[in-house]
Design a protein around this ligand. Structure first.
Ligand code: HPA
Ligand code: ZN
Length: 354
């Protein structure tokens, strides 16, 4: 495809309208302040903030830890199955409006079971929203269970045991929370067990942790995708391996700036990652906390980085489908629709110019 006829000023519209998948979204991170207040009222929970604006103002993070404190506190309003349904339903409606055709959604069961909420309450609420999304919105979505890495290996095994009766409701496992001091190897045995069970494997690595964490996640956990992974550029051998083995990175630009992984969007390395041939995708991570859902991440990143144009937009959307955990025939269908979308964009412009 020749993308030359697509002008820079047309990119925001194209980025919003192109079909795409989102592969790195924490459902608890899509909990908007408005829903926090509504659920607090419904569940008779006293919040420490008086107003929605006051809560939003507290979202001024200095690093991953300071964000996670807010994120876990916010999640405490989620109590009943209905609450988890409302949370996921709100995200899915937003995803539909953003032309996301497939979402692989993280959830953190230990954040809830530690507060006495049964695992089944969490997963049944999320699953019901996903099924409704499929029927009413025509949106494909699946769940990935994340272990909290600041907790012990034993806790992760307990979470896995609790989840197994619901094995058909999630497709894989991931690893999130504070990276520093909690290297991948801490969870090598849990991930080995998950692999035996046929679960798909991903892990956060190389967000605040070093490139070495990416290497360990690949070699010791045997993950198929790396969440974030932006620190890989510190290690040229690792970069070559990621590109050669087509190991996808789920990059989250607005998150990276909010948590000061990069000082600003123009300083982000996503353009370089793409240029060296790594299968990069763009994602929102925790959209309620980081200033935007997926389309805002795309638009802001393309505005900030002049090296990103229509070709890269196509490549990022294509990567998102390629990197997803669905059958090849389904991927082919989505990529076909993406090709058709871009071919139409190009032919409309060629008509105008001829
Ligand atoms: N990093 C680690 N843990 C998380 C994140 C993140 O960006 N979001 C939610 N939990
Ligand atoms: Zn994340």
């Amino acid at each position: 495809m020749n993308f030359d006829s697509i002008a820079r000023e047309d990119l925001p519209d194209i980025l919003c309208r192109m079909p795409k998948a989102e592969l790195h979204i924490h459902i608890e991170g899509s909990l908007e302040p408005e829903l926090i207040f509504a659920l607090a009222t419904r569940n008779r929970i006293q919040l420490t903030y008086q107003t929605i604006d006051e809560l939003r103002t507290a979202y001024d993070f200095t690093d991953l830890r300071s964000f996670l404190d807010n994120y876990y506190a916010g999640a405490s309003v989620l109590q009943r199955e209905e609450d988890f349904f409302d949370l996921a339903w709100a995200y899915l409606r937003c995803a539909k409006a953003e032309n996301i055709v497939h979402a692989e959604i993280f959830f953190d069961p230990q954040t809830h079971t530690a507060r006495g909420i049964p695992f089944e309450t969490v997963i049944n609420g999320l699953d019901r929203a996903i099924r409704r999304g499929r029927e009413e919105l025509g949106l494909s979505a699946t769940l990935i269970l994340c272990f909290l890495r600041h907790l012990s290996e034993e806790d992760a095994f307990t979470a896995l045991e609790e989840a197994l009766p619901f094995r058909d409701k999630f497709i894989g496992v991931g690893l999130d929370s504070s990276e520093r001091g909690n290297p991948p190897e801490k969870f090598a045995r849990v991930f080995a067990r998950c692999r035996e069970l046929g679960l798909r494997l991903v892990a956060h690595a190389g967000e605040e942790g070093s490139a070495e964490y990416i290497r360990s996640a690949l070699d010791l956990l045997k993950v198929e995708r790396i969440d974030h992974g932006v620190r890989c550029l510190d290690d040229p051998h690792l970069v070559a391996r990621l590109a050669r083995q087509r190991i996808p990175l789920t990059v989250c630009p607005l998150s990276n700036v909010k948590l000061r992984v990069f000082p600003s969007l123009p300083a982000h390395n996503i353009g370089k990652l793409l240029a060296v041939g790594i299968a990069v995708t763009i994602n929102s991570d925790d959209p309620a906390y980081f200033g935007g859902y997926l389309n805002r991440n795309f638009i802001a990143t393309f505005e900030a980085l002049p090296e990103l144009g229509a070709k890269e937009a196509y490549q990022l959307a294509r990567n998102s489908f390629q990197a997803s955990f669905v059958d090849e025939s389904i991927k082919d269908g989505w990529i076909g629709a993406l090709d058709k979308f871009f071919e139409e964009q190009i032919s409309i412009r060629n008509l105008c110019h001829s």
